[in-house]
Design a protein around this ligand. Structure first.
Ligand code: ADA
Length: 568
């Protein structure tokens, strides 16, 4: 969102920093912290050479300027993993999901110069932050890992909190549903002016205490959004005071498109759609999880070169800059709430259930307007062959249906034949690794792919889900960059290239599947410990590119498959 009439200050740059290490949080006295270092924001402190691999508490500090007596909102795009935000020594917010965006209201004060302190902890602690666990297969870092900004809000008036645009039933004729939420003081009547693509604004009078407003509108010269032609429209919402003076404005981008699941098929704007793409972690060895925008563009250009139309943002909230680029470049996106193989114990934790919901709603609020997002996902590879996941799955699916703006709902299941909850979703997504896991001693592991792909499709249909599209949401094997061997055995680039070519062929030529999402785009850091013997270098090496985006042998094979197959 752009706010032309508000003072918005980006708070990226160097902040004062102190690494407090193993200190328990309860022992920290804010005024005794000595900030002897600087730390870039956004960045993970444990992705920086000095603190690489370290776990512990850290404090960040900087000053912000807010007009005396005015209110501010600090917008954090992601602080990992646990954090608390203090302004002038007062605790204003605690956040427990390291990828979820959050906002903190800064109360007015006589002083213009205000001190912001953020305590950040990257230590695992099931009781405190049950959403994060050390057994996940991707490295979780600490720090203010995504951008921060400060909004100064109009004094004593209503202001715009969110503006959501959803394509309507007649989206092709330009029908949209607009929903606006307001915050701030309600002292006077306000006028709302809405203008699409710079056309003459439509005016609406808002009552003094209005907190919400919604109505249908028509886009004057509607153009559909699709991967081939990612046309974007703009809605500018302006608040005017009694005298007709504009004092707050938000501009959002949106796209006119519809995603549907019908009779086992995916349809985009009424036409059959086959998804071809990759799972992608937001990660680079030089920057950890704080990827620069330039790298995001590089990644998207590579995906386009390979013939992809789809990215699954595994396994957490996506950076808004990445989603903006997908909107512009025409890449379809699956965004999902943070989750990775949560156990029964986790589902029994009240705090987990609560934090999961908070993080889910934060994702929906932040990402609602992106036309690129066509799928919402949740709880990757949880115990979905068991009943204990049901209450959280049901609640999550309900929230996604009510607040998700018409996207398809799914979760990636590792139990294609025994899953108990496919009834809750629009799209069945299965993670399968035939010819990689559990095939010790098999003569021809590549020969396992085809029967497995066929068996999964049969099983899903036999259990009564013939009407739901079926997607392979993960498949892949490790290939170590530069490791070549005439045996074409596990971990060679040769085995990986042969494997991915067969996987693409078997899935994309099978009429039951609506697409394939390979595991994964580029190699990424994971943990030692339990994983180390299956994760050389403590990396998940199943990338088609290595961590520096150098293509492995599989690159050209997948590219050839994606360009020649699966065109509906
Ligand atoms: C799972 C999981 C991925 C990754 C993958 C693998 O399907 O969802 O995050 O761990 O397996 O490499 O085994």
């Amino acid at each position: 969102m752009d706010y032309a009439l508000r003072k918005v200050t980006r708070l990226d740059g160097l902040w004062d920093f102190a690494f407090l290490g193993k200190q328990p949080i309860s022992d920290v006295a804010l005024d005794s912290i000595r900030y002897e270092e600087k730390m870039p924001v956004p960045a993970a402190y444990d992705a920086m050479p000095k603190y690489a691999g370290k776990r512990g508490l850290a404090a960040y500090r900087r000053w912000i300027d807010l007009e005396a007596g005015s209110e501010g909102v600090l917008c954090f795009s992601a602080v990992s993993m646990w954090s608390q935000v203090y302004v002038d020594g007062q605790l204003l917010h605690e956040n427990r999901c390291g990828y979820a965006p959050f906002r903190v209201k800064v109360p007015p004060s006589e002083n213009c110069r205000r001190e912001v302190v953020v305590l950040v902890d990257n230590r695992y602690d099931f009781d405190r932050i049950p959403m994060h666990e050390e057994y996940f297969d991707f490295y979780q870092y600490g720090g203010i890992i995504r951008q921060v900004s400060l909004h100064q809000l109009p004094l004593g008036r209503k202001y715009l909190k969110t503006v959501q645009v959803e394509p309507g039933e007649n989206y092709a004729q330009g029908k949209i549903k607009v929903a606006i939420r307001l915050d701030g003081a309600s002292t006077a009547e306000t006028v709302l002016a809405l203008s699409v693509d710079g056309h003459e604004p439509v005016l609406h009078r808002l009552s003094k205490d209005a907190k919400e407003w919604s109505e249908s509108m028509t886009v004057p010269d509607p153009r559909l959004w699709s991967p081939e032609s990612p046309a974007l429209h703009r809605l500018a919402v302006t608040l005017l005071d009694k005298e007709g003076a504009a004092y707050d404005q938000a501009t959002v981008r949106f796209g006119l498109r519809r995603i549907e699941a019908r009779e086992g098929e995916l349809l985009l704007n009424g036409k059959p759609l086959i998804l071809k793409g990759y799972n992608r972690h937001e990660w680079h060895p030089n920057f950890g999880p704080s990827t620069p925008e330039l790298q995001m563009v590089v990644d998207l250009q590579i995906l386009k070169d390979m013939g992809c139309n789809f990215v699954r943002g595994c396994h957490y909230h996506q950076d808004q800059r990445f989603l903006d680029l997908c909107d512009e470049m025409g890449i379809l996106v699956w965004e999902e709430n943070l989750g990775w193989g949560q156990r029964e114990k986790t589902f029994a934790s009240e705090r987990f259930v609560q934090d999961h919901q908070v993080a889910l709603e934060a994702m929906l609020e932040a990402s609602f307007n992106h036309p690129s997002i066509v799928i919402w996902g949740f709880l990757n590879e949880a115990g979905s062959n068991e009943g204990y996941v049901r209450p959280v799955f049901e609640k999550t699916a309900k929230t996604l249906r009510e607040k998700g703006g018409g996207r398809l709902i799914t979760y990636a299941s590792m139990f294609c034949e025994t899953d108990l909850h496919f009834d809750l979703v629009d799209l069945i997504s299965i993670n399968i690794y035939p010819g990689w896991y559990n095939c010790e001693g098999v003569d021809d592991p590549l020969g396992l792919i085809k029967p497995h792909v066929e068996r999964c499709a049969r099983s899903v249909d036999e259990r009564g889900f013939r009407d739901k599209p079926l997607l392979v949401s993960e498949i892949g094997v490790e290939g170590l960059y530069g490791w070549h061997d005439a045996h074409r055995d596990f971990f060679t680039e040769e085995y990986q290239a042969d494997y991915l070519e067969i996987a693409c062929r078997e899935v994309l030529t099978h009429p039951r599947y609506c697409g394939i999402c390979l595991w994964h785009f580029s190699d990424a850091r994971t943990y030692g410990g339990g994983w180390s013997l299956r994760r050389p270098r403590t990396f998940n090496n199943k990338g088609t590119l290595d961590e520096y985006r150098r293509p492995k042998l599989a690159y050209e094979r997948v590219k050839a498959a994606f360009h020649s197959m699966g065109n509906p």
